[in-house]
Design a protein. Structure first.
Length: 483
């Protein structure tokens, strides 16, 4: 068995040398046997032994690449935030048609930040490709085009360059209202400023990348269990961990996002009429009542762009409200142990009620005998006794119904025997596969002493069926027993 170059260097020198990132990602030189008389299986086994093959990637390399990916995403987030701030100031100048010189300077800065963001986007996807290669997800010869990553990269660059431009200052576009067909004059840069808000959606990926559920360790565990890591898996983890917080944050954050876009779409309508603009607070109120499916009608969009935005607000509001309903339902639903505790407490409560009703019946009968002995009137006592008897019967039926719920646990016990049979079957299949693998290794001439010990341990490992059945019976006897 050949020794890895890293291990040779560590054993020959007392101090551990400084390893650069380029040294980590460079593949070690392997001494391969190129003799033609080796069979294909033998070559695979020998080359795997020379490479010190492991099912996991080199954690040092992937950790460095993942940290580099996080820094690139964080830089993109800062640049996009700066660009949106500049666009917000320039939009006010464009709307009021003033400070053209300052507006041009701001747009030049926006263009420079967008170019920087596009460069970081390309670097991000190249780093992500290298990260996937070192995790053995992609082959070394894969490129952006062959892997399909070129399309989301180009789409993201397209979103980055949806910005107002200096050479479009003063250029106008005409549209019409949908209700009275009134002519509405837009500035082209106003419409581009509206679509530039879509950059904020990239921030969701950045937040997810810095989450624990999307870390380098999470990627490795997802690979172990054949789970696709990424944004969707992180959102599912957030929903599982803190469902109320996630849904509430998504609901609150979407209100100013859609309100800002709706304000940009509807303000030119007010400018043409010379009235007060469609301010941000009215836009937020409109988005709020639309997402909650209330729809008072006091504010409604009249332009094509405004109604298009409200359409997506309706779709998103339906999704968020549905998530709220599902979250509340899952939280208030009892699990198995909570339900069992509730049933036991309910049975104790019903026992106390039965005792009280029985005591009232006995007390009423005794008082009826006493009153009949002295004054001979017992009609009221008879009526009261009948009422108490009805209540006692109703409580007794409810108690029996509660006791019948425990019978469901008996059905679960039937699955223990089925599971034991499957475990025995899996154990036999595992032993047969281990034996076949041992014969294969002996055929190609590979020593397998450690593998022989593993097979010996597996052969002595048996499922203690009697002990499992005994524990099953103890568990269900303690669970089903009544007071």
């Amino acid at each position: 068995m050949m020794v890895h170059p890293f291990m040779t260097e560590k054993s020959t020198e007392k101090e551990e040398p400084h390893i650069e990132f380029e040294d980590l990602i460079s593949s070690p030189t392997l001494e391969t046997d190129t003799s033609s008389n080796l069979s294909f299986t033998r070559r695979i086994v020998e080359e795997s032994g020379k490479e010190n093959y492991s099912s996991f990637e080199d954690g040092r390399i992937t950790k460095v690449l993942f940290q580099k990916l996080q820094l690139i995403e964080f830089g993109k987030l800062i640049i996009n935030g700066l660009a949106l701030t500049l666009i917000a100031f320039q939009y006010e100048f464009e709307y009021h048609e003033e400070h053209f010189r300052w507006s041009e300077v701001l747009l030049q800065l926006v263009l420079l930040t967008s170019i920087a963001a596009a460069i970081l986007t390309v670097l991000r996807y190249k780093c992500y490709m290298l990260f996937l290669k070192k995790r053995n997800v992609l082959a070394e010869k894969e490129t952006l085009t062959s892997s399909g990553e070129i399309f989301p990269m180009l789409f993201e660059i397209f979103i980055v360059f949806l910005i107002p431009y200096p050479w479009l200052i003063g250029v106008k576009h005409t549209s019409s209202a949908l209700d009275d067909h009134e002519v509405i004059v837009y500035h082209v840069n106003e419409l581009l400023s509206l679509f530039s808000v879509l950059r904020l959606l990239i921030g969701i990926r950045v937040i997810a990348l810095w989450s624990y559920w999307n870390s380098n360790r999470a990627h490795r565990l997802c690979e172990m269990y054949a789970v696709e890591p990424g944004l969707l898996f992180t959102i599912k983890c957030w929903m599982k961990e803190k469902p109320f917080v996630f849904v509430l944050c998504a609901y609150i954050a979407s209100i100013p996002f859609f309100a800002w876009m709706l304000r940009m779409a509807e303000r030119p309508f007010a400018r043409n009429r010379g009235i007060a603009g469609y301010d941000i607070w009215n836009s937020m109120w409109n988005v709020l009542i639309t997402m909650t499916t209330v729809g008072y009608g006091d504010y409604s969009p009249r332009t094509v762009w405004g109604r298009s935005i409200v359409f997506f607000v309706c779709v998103w509001g339906t999704i968020v409200i549905s998530l709220m309903v599902v979250t509340i339902t899952s939280v208030i639903q009892m699990n198995l142990f909570e339900k069992k505790t509730y049933l036991m407490l309910k049975r104790l409560q019903m026992k106390e009620r039965l005792q009280k009703q029985a005591a009232r019946i006995v007390t009423n009968v005794l008082r009826g005998h006493t009153s009949a002995r002295y004054d001979g009137s017992q009609e009221d006592r008879v009526k009261n006794t009948k009422i108490y008897l009805k209540k006692f019967k109703a409580a007794s039926r409810e108690y029996r119904d509660l006791s019948s719920h425990n019978k469901g646990f008996e059905d679960i016990g039937m699955y223990f025997e089925y599971i034991l049979e499957k475990l025995n079957e899996v154990s036999k299949n595992q032993s047969s596969l281990a034996g076949a693998l041992k014969e294969t290794m002996a055929t190609v001439g590979v020593k397998s002493e450690a593998f022989d010990r593993l097979i010996t341990d597996m052969s002595h490992t048996e499922i203690d069926e009697s002990r499992i059945l005994t524990d099953r019976n103890k568990f269900f006897s303690s669970t089903i027993q009544t007071d």
